[in-house]
Write a protein that binds this ligand. Structure first.
Ligand SMILES: Nc1ncnc2c1ncn2[C@@H]1O[C@H](COP(=O)(O)OP(=O)(O)OP(=O)(O)O)[C@@H](O)[C@H]1O
Length: 469
């Protein structure tokens, strides 16, 4: 696809045939191509003209392409640069991405892949120049993208994440997002995707631990009709669904070893082989992975392949736990209370008493932001007055002794609740109690609230929360 206008691209390769092929391919895309054969000429070209994209070979007569990548990321940080790596030289590709290359393409250059790569890089450039123009119009300093405001917090730890996310969104490098459960790993991945040149493409999150091992290959790579019993139609896999966008491998440590091998191949070849297909299907997907477990010990114990780890963990983004940023809790709590009030169509959110806020700030959150949201939802349903009190939070150490304790779970319930979190288990009990009270009160809500010993307002909140009519 030709790009609008004539954008200048710089190609550096010492082999005349390849220079010619690249020149032809990129010119056909409507680009104004400058080709040079070594680093000296490249430096000269960069100093004399403004380019929108740069593509360099690694081994050049007067030095290494990676040195140029480093120079470009310092001197021309807005210029996306891709490197051409020798086939199978994963280390070179990873090093290039680590020092700031936008992406890489391996030899022999697949022209379809190259075209996709260039289009993605140029989309990044045009989005950035639009942004620059709009900040220049305002006469203001370049600001962080507004989407980053969705990552609530002002602590140094979260500010560092925001800066990193903005930077990572400009590259195609695989990122490993680490952090405790509920700390915002998926939110961070979404932002990297949305802010980058693939933002208009699909974002496909997949929980690697949730797919049965025997279905994994078909889920990831798709299958052809008749390739196994039950394959009654062709099916596109998750990679195909994420084509042109981002695939987020959540809980990547749960990938079984046989899938790790296959995944590595896909990442290297940028193509998938659906089960029963005769030919590979090209896919243009950026991979972001997330884990709440440290992967290194798994690599050491042989449960996670070191070559895949090396490939996925090109850059690591760590999402801080709430314990590491307690100062953000008031801001987060205020934001989620507004959210809850809006979702539940209430006039306004209740206030939080000073004591309740202090309890929230001290609490040890094993489920981080997700747990904070759950606590606040529960508090809003429990709150009788205009301000949330510590006992409304129902945190273990501030629980009200007189609050009616739910019936102890039966062995049967516990057995079936193997994978159920405490929160959802408690919610089931709460829902059941509401329904029982309603029945007992012959669906008179005021009476049902009396039976449960809670206010009518709190009863109504709960009905809404559980979608009980
Ligand atoms: N800094 C934040 N600002 C606003 N909302 C946040 C923040 N961090 C997390 N959240 C919200 O908390 C919830 C959990 O976040 P998310 O799913 O991204 O966490 P996670 O680390 O991927 O969880 P898991 O480990 O369970 O996969 C989501 O509703 C998310 O929008």
């Amino acid at each position: 696809m030709a790009q609008s206008g004539s954008q200048r691209v710089l190609v550096i390769d010492d082999e005349p045939d390849i220079r010619e092929l690249l020149n032809l391919t990129l010119s056909r895309m409507g680009l104004d191509v400058t080709t040079v054969e070594d680093l000296t000429e490249a430096r000269r070209a960069l100093a004399s003209s403004a380019f929108s994209f740069c593509l360099t070979d690694m081994r050049l007569p007067d030095g290494n392409g990676l040195d140029l990548v480093e120079e470009i990321s310092e001197k021309y940080p807005d210029l996306p640069t891709a490197v051409i790596t020798a086939h199978g030289k994963v280390e070179d590709a990873v090093n290039a991405l680590k020092i700031g290359a936008f992406d890489f393409v391996s030899k022999p250059v697949d022209l379809a892949i190259l075209r996709q790569l260039v289009n993605t890089a140029l989309r990044l450039r045009s989005a950035e120049s639009d942004e620059r123009e709009s900040t220049q119009d305002d006469g203001g300093e370049p600001e962080q993208p507004a989407a980053l405001d969705r990552l609530i917090g002002k602590s140094p730890a979260i500010n560092q994440c925001k800066t990193m996310i903005a930077k990572l969104s400009r590259s195609q490098a695989p990122v490993l997002i680490s952090g405790d459960s509920g700390s915002g790993k998926e939110l961070a991945a979404r932002l990297i995707h949305e802010l980058g040149p693939r933002g208009d493409g699909p974002f496909v999150p997949v929980n690697c631990g949730a797919i049965p091992s025997e279905l994994m290959e078909s889920e990831f790579f798709g299958h052809r009709k008749g390739s196994f019993t039950g394959a009654s139609t062709d099916k596109d896999g998750l990679f195909k669904a994420a084509d042109g966008g981002t695939l987020m491998l959540d809980e990547v440590a749960d990938l079984p070893l046989h899938m790790q091998v296959k995944l590595l191949r896909v990442i290297q070849e940028k193509a998938v082989m659906p089960i029963g297909a005769r030919e590979e299907v090209k896919v243009d997907v950026r991979i972001l992975s997330a884990t709440h477990q440290a992967l290194k010990p798994l690599v050491e114990s042989g449960k996670f392949r070191s070559d895949l780890y090396f490939r996925l963990n090109v850059i690591e983004l760590h999402m801080p736990s709430l314990q590491e940023r307690r100062e953000d809790i008031p801001l987060l709590a205020g934001h989620f209370l507004d959210d809850i009030a809006e979702q539940w169509h209430e006039d306004g959110p209740p206030e939080i008493s000073e004591e309740a806020m202090a309890a929230l700030k001290q609490h040890e959150y094993s489920g981080n932001v997700r747990e904070l949201i759950n606590i606040l939802q529960r508090a809003v349903t429990m709150c009788e007055g205009s301000a949330i009190q510590p006992e409304d939070l129902m945190l273990e150490h501030v629980g009200t002794p007189e609050a009616p304790a739910p019936a102890p779970p039966t062995a049967e319930v516990l057995e079936s609740a193997d994978d159920v979190s405490l929160d959802s288990y408690m919610e089931d009990i709460e829902k059941q109690m509401l329904e029982d009270a309603l029945k007992k009160a012959r669906y008179n809500k005021t009476r049902a609230a009396e039976i449960l010993g809670i206010s009518f307002r709190s009863f109504r909140y709960k009905l809404k929360k559980f979608g009980i009519d």
